[in-house]
Design a protein around this ligand. Sequence first.
Ligand code: PLP
Length: 461
Amino acid sequence: TIPAVLPGVHPILRKNARAHCYKDGTKTPEQLISDVFRNRVESIDHDQCDAGDEDAFFVADLGEVYRQHIRWKMNLKRVKPFYAIKCNPDPQVVRLLAELGTGFDCASKNEIQQVLDMGIDPSRIIYAQPCKTKSYVRYAAKMGVRKMTFDNPDELYKTKQFFPEAELFLRIATDDTSSLCRLSLKFGASLDCTRSLLELAKQLGLNVVGVSFHVGSGASDPNAFLKAVRDSRAVFDQASEVGFSMAILDVGGGFCSDLFEPMACVLSQALDDYFPPNIRVIGEPGRYYVASAFTLACNVIARRTIEDATTQTSAYMLYLNDGIYGNFTSIMFDHQHPVPRILRCGKRFLHGSEASEKYGTGPATVYSIWGPTCDGIDLIVEKAEFPEVIDIGDWIYFEEMGGLYTLALFLVLLNREFPLKPMVRVAYTKCSATRFNGFTDNHEVLYVSSEPGAAALLGFD
Ligand code: PLP
């Protein structure tokens, strides 16, 4: 039987889960999310609640993940997505994508286990880590996860020893200079050594089935895909000279929501130009699927005013109950600049695109916003301007900013360069939170679905 609501749904919503499904079209996804925030935040009595009841929390709209999947299928028909779960291994996201038929890119034993434990067939997993732990290779062999990547001779010897039947993908380096996180600094064989790697694999009797690449996470130049596909073609040709008949190309991740259509357009054209239809194509999108689906709410736990007697100015500091050691690791690891917005100020609830109309008319105050740990590096936003005076107990939220797509498409039409650095949130955030200073690394997620299709697959209804 299908459960009435998702197991992770907060008890407050459990009573009334149907109301949170965007089924009758009466609510926009934003209104749906607003309702969840309002219910949750208004249920907390800050003067009476148990320690931690006011912890930061996420609202995840799984309908957004569903829409991203439809968008992928419309624009990249040839590419089967293998969701990179490192980005956000949220169990409901993985469950939804499993239902939607995607594969999964796993980077470790635990990620493989998480996917297998959900009953997903090992053939739907690629162990996309070119430098693997020996015992993990043995684990993959035992569990029948055959697809894996390599980029160096040692990895071939390791595979020969522990999993000679593996289906290997030769990961090649790319030009990832336009990306936020450059992965080819660490992984990927250069075209100078791909032939010798293929020859060694042949000599060892291994089975190389394809090529993989990654243009860098948070890529902003669609042409990076064109160059990488072209290089992959050259490696396919080398492989057939060495005696392999490669059948799969893995185009990796690097897709951003804001630039997705231009990227998909360039990639699809390159695939058609360089690879005949009998070559299977897979991808490893991560942040593309989840970045816009998660919104984070944080509570203001303290504030300070610093008076500068010399300049006769004041600086206002806010302290939230989440910071760079928690869900804002993306500031350090993912080069992000989260944008704070007021969720609740006093008794007024201000979430949503029309909230600014409800803002006060007083002079704007500039705040610096800090996390809860003792470390001075724990700074979330250096300068945030609010038209309201923020007090202890108020709530601030952070969501994906988006809005660059139209400009990106315009630049594509003009055949111009892409100087844009896409802004993305939350992906690579919860998954890399720490317990530094004793704070939790596992903040609550309240799930909603703004798409009936996702709701039905997940048993919302
Ligand atoms: N595949 C591999 C091998 C990766 O290392 C990563 C990210 O680090 C991804 C896929 C996902 O990349 P993105 O989130 O940019 O789509």
